[in-house]
Ligand binder design. Sequence first.
Ligand SMILES: [Cu+2]
Length: 191
Amino acid sequence: VCLTPPSRPRGMRSRALLSSFALSLAAVALAGCTDDGATSDATATSPSHEAAALTITDVWVKAADTGMTGAFGILHNDSETPVTVVSASSDVANLVELHETVADATGEMVMRPVTGFEVPAGGELELAPGGDHIMLMGLVDPIEPGEEITIVLTTNDGSTLTATAAARTFVGANETYHGEATMPAPTTEAP
Ligand SMILES: [Cu+2]
């Protein structure tokens, strides 16, 4: 409610400014609500060629400035046959690989590419830091916390699953990578 007449500019100025500031905040909040609604509607719409049997929930990506980062979530298979994710892609990275994390000969946890993530019939597979994950390599731009990125998964029957991953700050998932993108690790002495 604006009760400020233009007849008393000196004494009322600060209150008038506060009032208009509050109105601006309200307008921003309303605009924010509208945007969120539109985004949710768009996300809920299923693209064609969607892999009906396979869904993914709790999708997120580790925020990172450069280099590589990991994406995680829980794959659910509602069908009576196993479904295998065979590849992934995203506009935010030059190369996307499917990785597993294993202990190497020295006991260090390292990650390496695999040919697929098999999700058992009627079951699920968790992609998590320290385990199986989607590796985004050669980031095109920094991935900021709160940002949402799109990852497309392709399954063994040729269908695709589009996932929206929200970026969050995470201190883990720093496993050493022994893939082709880095120099081969020097041979270390056996224990
Ligand atoms: Cu990895």
